[in-house]
Design a protein around this ligand. Structure first.
Ligand SMILES: NC(=O)c1ccc[n+]([C@@H]2O[C@H](COP(=O)([O-])OP(=O)(O)OC[C@H]3O[C@@H](n4cnc5c(N)ncnc54)[C@H](O)[C@@H]3O)[C@@H](O)[C@H]2O)c1
Length: 366
């Protein structure tokens, strides 16, 4: 099979690729679709960062979906959005259906700027698109020495507690603190048991079952069948509490921004309409409360204290949020990012369609 002069070879085994080569490949695919170089680099950085951190559901796995959204005209690759209003430490932004990553980068910059002047800065954006893993954006804010809190709404794939129809998204919540010597606490989680893309990825990999507690069928009956789960609904995290958190995020993102809410929100897997996602970026300047050094030493003490708990039976250590991803990042930077057969085939098709050369490591058998 070949296209655009590129020789395409079908392979179905797991391979690894270094992050620089993968970034280059993703950038090239995006640029071939007309995405300007700076924007292509930003989107690529966010996807490869998630792949490095082991958050595969929100890594390069998303590229084929982004490409479908671009082709359908749901993502406007020519805009970063615009400010609607600014008042004190609050800023309202219109993403104008640009890449979620491009909108988020601008919004994070404004949130940090406002926090430098006011102690806190809060930006809410409407008419945005999928921004990948929330951690990439909260980390941008915490890299400025501030606490970064980022949330977004998503397609209504989650029934409210005691309901059987999707009304809330997987609405992620991320909190990142200025990094500490202990690796940094970084909480990044969907408000469902798992993010939707974990099920999409399980299906793409041909896994017949997902764990109990992840999903229900379309009638609200719990299921472990991957295909049924794919057509069904996601379970809110911890029952009515997750349902409440998801709704809180809808309030902070969509009610405040004037953006699409609940069933008005499109989805990455729905090409029939724009996503119309709303996002919230909050920056808190810790030095308005304690010195940067004191914040750091108190964070380290807190994490040490938490980790001093004896491990429960079946475990040999206590972790805090962020630990699994830091470890994955260190390992994948050294040993490469694993790309499974299903993803490799999808990347191969994208490369063929775009006339982009496939990196050697995605061609070779291990
Ligand atoms: N853009 C969107 O629309 C959207 C929607 C939903 C989720 N997401 C993203 O999906 C990604 C995955 O979300 P998820 O909920 O499946 O993540 P997850 O369940 O893998 O991890 C959630 C959090 O738990 C922490 N954690 C994991 N194991 C731990 C342990 N043993 N001890 C202590 N902490 C531990 C992780 O560090 C992480 O901070 C996130 O990056 C999120 O931003 C994006």
């Amino acid at each position: 099979m070949s296209s655009g002069g590129v020789i395409c070879v079908f392979m179905d085994s797991l391979v690894t690729i270094d992050d620089a080569s993968l970034s280059r490949f993703v950038r090239n695919i995006l640029q071939a679709a007309g995405v300007p170089p700076r924007r292509a680099e930003l989107v690529s950085d966010s996807l490869v960062s998630a792949s490095l951190r082991g958050v595969d559901s929100h890594g390069v796995h998303l590229l084929p979906h982004y490409m479908s959204q671009i082709r359908k005209g749901n993502i406007d690759v020519g805009t970063d959005g615009r400010i609607i209003s600014e008042s004190g430490s609050c800023l309202l932004y219109d993403g104008e259906h640009g890449f979620g990553q491009c909108v988020s980068a601008v919004c994070c910059g404004h949130a940090a700027r406002l926090a430098r002047g006011h102690g806190t800065g809060m930006v809410v954006a409407r008419n945005s698109n999928h921004f990948g893993a929330a951690a990439f954006w909260a980390q941008r804010i915490s890299a400025e020495g501030m606490i970064g809190i980022v949330m977004c709404n998503a397609s209504p794939s989650v029934p409210p507690w005691q309901g059987r129809d999707g009304r809330i998204g997987t609405n992620p919540l991320c909190v990142s603190v200025p990094s500490t010597d202990t690796g940094g606490w970084l909480l990044d989680m969907a408000t469902t048991t798992v993010a939707l893309n974990r099920i999409v990825k399980a299906a793409a990999n041909g896994e017949p079952c997902v764990p109990a507690g992840w999903a229900t069928d379309s009638d609200g009956v719990p299921t472990t069948d991957t295909q049924v789960a794919l057509r069904g609904l996601l379970m809110p995290l911890g029952g009515y509490k997750g349902s409440g958190l998801g709704l809180m995020i809808e309030v902070l993102c969509a009610v405040l921004s004037g953006g699409a809410m609940s069933t008005e929100v499109g989805g990455l897997h729905n090409l029939e309409r724009s996503m119309n996602t709303s996002q919230m970026f909050l920056a808190i300047d810790v030095t308005r409360f304690v010195s940067a050094q004191e914040f750091q030493s108190r964070m380290e003490r807190l994490i040490r204290t938490v980790k001093s708990a004896r491990p429960a039976p079946g475990y040999n250590e206590v972790l805090v949020a962020g630990d699994p991803e830091w470890r994955s990042e260190a390992s994948r930077r050294a040993n490469g990012i694993p790309i499974d057969g299903a993803l490799r085939e999808r990347l191969r098709v994208l490369a063929c369609d775009s006339g982009v050369e496939i990196p050697d490591s995605l061609r070779r058998h291990p």
